[in-house]
Design a binder for this molecule. Structure first.
Ligand code: PGA
Length: 255
């Protein structure tokens, strides 16, 4: 199996003002500054990006935004473009988070457009997919995830793949403390990997797939030891430096 460097990202959601965000990132640098075998990223709120960018410069921490609009400029009150995210020092943007899909009208088509804009703007994209509890209960997990994924696959070319990460985040596991079991997560990750390989063969197979949804220090290692889980997108536990650092360390490849 191809070697895939794990990638662990903290999605800080609507938490941490500038002072709190810079304090957290400083602590993360202290605790994780020497880790080289895991890619590590943080995604603060827009208003903290500039301050956090200054702290992560020259470090092993990547900076990202939690969303990105698909237009590059114009009359779009409240939105931020990929070029602006690059300008402030971001290397990546998260798109299609289930909270955006559920509360802010991000349809599969919008997520695809945002993904394209992020990549065209020179950033890496973390594209989130995942089923709701009722979709899982109805046996529609792969159908839903498959639909979300195909919308994005349609706008990707093989040249984009190195800058794409897929995050599988079952909606029922986000912020609930109810993590998918490693086997449940692996099953969907394997499905996603198969779809990627069917479309892009080995380059598609090499795309990293993060798991997200109540990842904590005590469940990270079991999840990461599954064959197709290549890291984590972490919400709640990313707000505490020790917890996030423990998750990163649990994601290090076995040597
Ligand atoms: P959680 O959030 O770790 O708090 O469940 C994950 C996410 O929404 O990315």
């Amino acid at each position: 199996m191809a070697h895939r460097t794990p990638i662990v990202v903290g999605n800080w959601k609507l938490h941490k003002n500038i002072a709190e965000a810079t304090a957290l990132v400083t602590e993360l640098k202290n605790q994780l500054g020497t880790v080289r075998d895991v890619e590590i990223g943080v995604a603060p709120v827009f208003t903290s990006l500039s301050a956090v960018a200054k702290r992560v410069e020259g470090s092993n921490l990547l900076l990202g935004a939690q969303d990105c609009f698909y237009e590059s400029g114009g009359a779009f009150t409240g939105e931020v473009s990929a070029a602006m995210l690059l300008d402030v020092g971001c290397q990546f943007a998260i798109v299609g988070h289930s909270e955006r899909r559920a509360m802010f009208g991000d349809t599969d088509a919008v997520v695809a457009k945002k993904t394209r804009a992020v990549l065209d703007g020179g950033l890496r994209a973390i594209v989130c997919v995942g089923e709701t509890e009722s979709e899982r209960d109805a046996g529609k997990t792969t159908e839903r995830v498959g639909t979300q994924l195909s919308a994005v696959l349609e706008i990707l070319s093989s040249d984009d793949l190195e800058r794409v990460v897929i995050a599988y985040e079952p909606v029922w596991a986000i912020g609930t403390g109810r993590t998918a079991t490693p086997a449940q997560a692996q099953e969907v990750h394997a499905f996603i990997r198969k779809q990627m390989a069917a479309r892009f063969s080995s380059a598609g197979e090499a795309v990293r797939i993060q798991y997200g949804g109540s990842v904590k220090p005590d469940n990270a290692q079991a999840l990461m030891s599954e064959a197709d889980i290549d890291g984590a997108l972490v919400g709640g536990a990313s707000l505490k430096a020790e917890d996030f650092a423990a998750i990163v360390k649990a994601s290090r490849p076995a040597r």
